[in-house]
Design a protein around this ligand. Structure first.
Ligand SMILES: Nc1nc2c([nH]c(=O)n2[C@@H]2O[C@H](COP(=O)(O)OP(=O)(O)OP(=O)(O)O)[C@@H](O)[C@H]2O)c(=O)[nH]1
Length: 315
């Protein structure tokens, strides 16, 4: 096993959510590409201290508040790196290229993955995804009540919605999806359809969510290349399949005991973190979680949390 180089990088955000990127000098590894500022962790240094040191050296800023965003293992052939990216939302000082490197502020949607090192692709996806995924709950068979609840969730900030309504016929699901997509478009939220991809081929949406059975039968990534595609996973084999298919994100569950799957034993945060560390993918934690668990989720490598009960508004 070659030595793993632990690299700390900062996704430094401004008030409008743009992220600071710097250009790597032409003569270094992955030279000429844009990067998230940072560098190698020194022996004995904690990740937070390494991040603070690198950002002070390269940009002249002092980190005040940061949290883990994503960890990406990547083998470049000539070296294996662990890119340990933290989101920095508060700092002192004005960032400037202390090593002469050009800097720019980009919205995550403006980032061209081809202009960054290959290891950075999941980081860009992670930056484009919010920390919460709402999975729709009760009453899909009463569309008016259901859409009113969805409307309330969107008004109070839901940005990513998975439309889960297995009890509906394909026809009823399609109608509900059309109305839900209209609602999401009004607030700029993204709607993911959790349904057999063949049944929703022409339905408006921003992405697809696959269950673990469908995930394991597919031979290639479904859907359009421009849309988000993710899957529900329960073990490392399923997570690896999501990576092999080139999916954008995964859900991993159940982290805690849930009323909907009382027979399944929960993973707990430590197993969750160990399995998530195996895959270069944003992974949402699911199962018995609410927004109160968000900080634990970040500390254990999650993109954030996905929930039905914890996020679906009451009637
Ligand atoms: N900082 C940073 N490094 C990245 C990113 N993506 C990526 O593949 N890397 C790789 O991670 C490694 C970081 O090393 P570095 O050369 O920046 O480290 P450093 O500042 O400590 O430099 P030094 O070793 O010359 O002192 C390089 O192999 C680089 O190609 C990224 O977004 N940010």
């Amino acid at each position: 096993m070659p030595e793993i180089i632990h690299v700390m990088a900062g996704a430094i955000a401004d008030a409008s959510g743009r992220i600071l990127v710097g250009k790597r000098p032409d003569h270094v590894h992955q030279g000429g590409l844009w990067e998230f500022p940072g560098g190698k962790l020194e022996p004995g240094e904690s990740p937070e201290a390494g991040l603070a040191r690198e950002l002070a050296e390269e940009l002249g800023i002092q980190v005040r508040a940061s949290r883990p965003l994503i960890r990406v293992h990547h083998d470049y052939g000539d070296r294996h790196i662990l890119l340990d990216v933290h989101r920095v939302d508060d700092y002192a000082g004005v960032p400037h290229g202390r090593e002469g490197q050009p800097l720019d502020w980009l919205a995550p949607e403006e980032m061209d993955p081809a202009a960054f090192p290959a290891a950075d692709r999941p980081i860009i996806t992670s930056l484009r995804l919010p920390p919460l995924m709402l999975i729709t709950g009760e009453e899909p068979d009463r569309p008016d009540a259901f859409l009113a609840r969805l409307g309330r969730a969107l008004e109070t900030g839901a940005r990513l919605v998975q439309l889960r309504a297995h009890q509906l016929s394909a026809n009823d699901y399609v109608h509900l999806a059309q109305a839900a997509c209209d609602l999401c478009d009004r607030t700029g939220a993204k709607l993911l359809l959790n349904r057999d991809p063949a049944e929703v081929a022409s339905v408006p949406r921003h992405g697809l969510h696959l269950n673990s059975q469908v995930l394991m039968t597919l031979r290639e990534r479904p859907g359009r290349s421009s849309e988000l595609v993710g899957a529900s996973c329960h073990d490392p084999v399923q997570l690896a399949r999501a990576v092999d298919l080139g999916l954008d994100y995964a859900l991993l569950s159940p982290v805690k005991p849930t009323a909907s799957h009382p027979e399944t034993s929960p993973l707990g945060w430590n197993t969750f973190a160990a399995w998530v560390d195996l895959v270069p993918l944003p992974v949402y934690a699911l199962g018995g979680l609410t927004t109160d668990d968000l900080d634990d989720a970040f500390q254990h490598g999650a993109q954030g949390i996905a929930a039905i009960r914890g996020l679906w508004p009451a009637r």
